[in-house]
Design a protein around this ligand. Structure first.
Ligand code: DHB
Ligand code: MG
Length: 224
């Protein structure tokens, strides 16, 4: 497995060098992950670019993110929405939000990003209560046990046509175990079942290998 992992890493490095690239702001945000409460949890560069492409392909200009940490994916999303777009990103810890603010500033996108600090479910509730305009694109990448609550909140803040992406749905294959006692795995399996049971949502999941090991994304679209 170690040899496989190193090959995955090399292929990712090749794709990133050839097609993706990271400027100083992105590289700095990745490096500053070490200052957060969860180092090395940010998406890979080629995954960040995927998020950006999905935002642009879906024409999204209003993006909601659950889980900011150092703001690495936030930078990709904020650049993708363009100058007139808006990203709202929900972060539990002020320590992480402070790191993210510096990174967003350096990336030149601080003026189009709102970081809401506190439990993400509470922040999302406040957005609903404030009558926030629907979000076009939602990236769910925070504490995994709360995935079902985050999907419910995301649905309350969306419209037909909105796109939802959920990170870390494979977890080295742990998602297969229906009897898992890992609350993160249970949170993934629960949200996937909720998606399956929701007649408004069309979805698929993809496994990924690469610099982040073996993991994956779920992508869903609200049809109505
Ligand atoms: C974990 C969370 C993430 O968002 C990630 O990308 C990797 C790991 C985790 O909770 O373990
Ligand atoms: Mg993640």
């Amino acid at each position: 497995m170690d040899e496989l992992q190193s090959r995955w890493r090399e292929v990712d490095a090749y794709f990133v060098a050839t097609l993706v690239g990271e400027d100083d702001a992105l590289a700095g945000a990745r490096g500053s992950g070490a200052l957060t409460t969860m180092p090395r949890a940010e998406v890979a560069p080629n995954q960040g670019k995927l998020l950006a492409l999905l935002v642009q392909m879906s024409g999204a200009t209003r993006v909601l993110e659950f889980g900011t940490l150092a703001g690495y994916s936030t930078i990709w999303l904020a650049r993708a929405v363009g100058e007139k777009g808006r990203v709202t990103t929900l972060e539990l810890q002020e320590q992480n939000a402070a790191v993210a603010r510096v990174n967003l500033e350096r990336a030149g996108v601080a003026d189009r990003v709102d970081i809401l600090v506190g439990p993400a479910a509470d922040s999302a509730r406040r957005l609903v209560d404030a009558g926030a305009e629907p979000y076009d694109f939602v990236f769910i990448d925070a504490d995994k046990p709360s995935n079902p609550a985050y999907l419910r909140a995301a649905l309350a803040l969306s419209r037909p046509g909105s796109v939802f992406v959920i990170d870390n749905v494979v977890r080295n294959g742990a998602v297969l175990d229906p009897a898992s006692e890992d609350d993160r795995v249970r949170g993934v399996r629960a949200v996937l079942q909720d998606i399956a049971d929701d007649p408004r949502l069309e979805a698929t999941s993809l496994q990924t290998v690469g610099s982040k090991g073996w993991d994956g994304f779920t992508i869903a679209r609200r049809a109505r």
